[in-house]
Write a protein that binds this ligand. Structure first.
Ligand code: NAP
Ligand code: HSE
Length: 431
């Protein structure tokens, strides 16, 4: 029987929850037309109903009791926007057990418990929709799942964390300090409740789990992703990178190598200023996909923020309503994925940027060249940047080498008496 009204329970009324509420008011008539039924928010779970909110919401809708949503037989869809893993998982499981479809923007949850939850959804004849979990307002999940589904994908590479891209853009274009840029990203609602998830690369790694799973038709474990955050990036790295013709971006890279398996990495990297990802600024995100039929495709747009993310959540609501009324969904393909082998990062190859402090004395460059030479690491550029009280700052860039060889060379350098300190090591994308 086709339902004229679909009742929805919202878990969370923060940046994204309030954005969804506002968007359903702003564009409600069109959204309902596309869904083919009236979407009605029946209840909203919050922590603190007395909190002052920027979006005006009827106080009668608010509750602190999740059961008022999860056990309400009138509610067909639960939209989880509280974030975090443990409570979110409990609520999503309970929603599925009570025969409710789920929409979520929670990448932490999907990356750590997604497989089990999707299997449960399948057992119950339901589904979980998660377009908003990666890339905010950019369509990425449906394109990877369906539109590019006929391709063998060799590589995905992108900027998929808005907060870190905002910080790096502010530092690079406006000379802003790290802390001030982070405070702005938090004030704009881009950052996670624990901003360490953004800064230390965990948020991007959760998202890479989801994207790589779909791109390579594999279960991807968060623990298999190599992660380096942006904490060590200094304004001088950004300055030197620019002098060398690069910018610094936090990248997420997933590749599939024939017979070896998947390579999955999140790291800050020097990217040529001419690379299309170099012009992705502020909270914007972008993803490159290389498919063997389609060639190179790039998706670009706002990767965080209230309305962009709400745009993806509301699109999922349209899809779920059509599914409830017309059964248009064709199974949960993610539940069929096998787990592919993952190549350890030490066996991968990259060019590297290194910034170090050395005694300003004859023979230092020669000792560096010897250390690299002994491990077959070939140098592309080497610069002496400044001398403060007898200490020279040296910046160098290698050609592409095996990570293992580079690490051995780094060990040698650390043992060289003239080298006082290694300040930063970053990977370099050559083209
Ligand atoms: P947020 O601003 O911190 O909002 C969280 C909301 O959930 C608040 O309304 C809070 O209630 C409520 N809440 C949290 N824990 C709760 C609990 N245990 N019981 C009841 N209510 C609880 O978070 P957000 O930025 O909207 O993010 C929500 C989700 O979307 C996260 O998974 C996030 O990763 C994801 N996401 C965010 C963005 C973005 O740009 N912000 C973009 C894409 C995806 P109170 O209001 O009473 O405190
Ligand atoms: N904290 C996340 C980011 C929100 O900055 O990208 C969007 O997922």
């Amino acid at each position: 029987m086709v339902k004229k009204t679909i009742k929805v329970g919202l878990l969370g009324l923060g940046t994204v929850g309030a954005g969804v509420y506002r968007l359903l008011q702003m564009n409600g008539a069109q959204i309902n037309r596309r869904a083919g039924a009236q979407i009605e928010i029946k209840k909203i779970l919050v922590r603190d109903p007395g909190k002052k909110r920027t979006t005006e919401v009827d106080a009668g809708l608010l509750t602190v009791n999740p059961r008022e949503i999860l056990h309400d037989p009138e509610i067909d869809v639960v939209v989880e926007l509280i974030g975090g893993v443990e409570e979110a998982r409990t609520y999503v499981e309970e929603a599925l057990q009570h025969k409710k479809f789920v929409v979520t923007a929670n990448k932490d949850l999907l990356a750590t418990a997604g497989t089990g939850l999707l299997q449960l959804a399948r057992e119950k004849g339901l589904n979980i929709y998660y377009e908003a979990s990666v890339g905010g307002g950019i369509p990425l999940i449906r394109p990877l799942k369906y539109c590019l589904g006929a391709n063998k994908i060799a590589r995905i590479m992108g900027i998929i964390n808005g907060t870190t891209n905002y910080i790096l853009t502010k530092m690079s274009l406006e000379g802003m300090e790290f802390e001030a840029a982070l405070a702005e990203a938090q004030a704009k609602g881009f950052a996670e409740q624990d901003p360490g998830n953004d800064l230390e690369g965990r948020d991007a790694a959760y998202k890479l789990c989801i994207l790589a799973g779909l791109a390579f038709s594999s279960r991807v474990r968060y623990e298999d992703i190599f992660i380096q955050g942006i904490g060590g990036i200094n304004k001088r790295d950004i300055l030197y990178a620019r002098e060398l013709g690069f910018t610094v971006k936090l990248l997420a890279v997933g590749e599939e190598f024939a017979e070896r398996g998947l390579a999955l990495r999140v790291y800050p990297a020097l990217l040529p200023l001419t690379h299309p990802l170099a012009s992705v600024f502020y909270e914007n995100n972008a993803l490159f996909v290389e498919g063997n039929a389609v060639g190179e495709v790039m998706f670009y747009g706002p990767g965080a923020g209230a309305l962009p993310t709400a745009s993806a959540v509301a699109a999922d609501l349209i899809a779920v309503v059509r599914n409830i009324n017309h059964r248009v969904e064709n199974g949960i393909m993610e539940a069929d994925f096998e787990q592919k082998n993952v190549v350890p990062v030490e066996s991968l190859s990259s060019a590297f940027y290194l910034r170090l402090q050395a005694q300003d004395e004859p023979g230092v460059f020669a000792s560096l060249a010897t250390a690299f030479g002994k491990e077959n690491v070939s140098l592309d550029q080497i610069l002496q940047k400044r001398n403060v009280a007898g200490t020279a700052e040296i910046v160098l860039v290698t050609h592409v080498v095996e990570e293992k060889s580079f690490n051995l060379a780094l060990n040698r350098i650390q043992k060289t008496p003239a080298i006082k300190r290694i300040d930063n090591v970053l990977r370099v994308i050559e083209s």
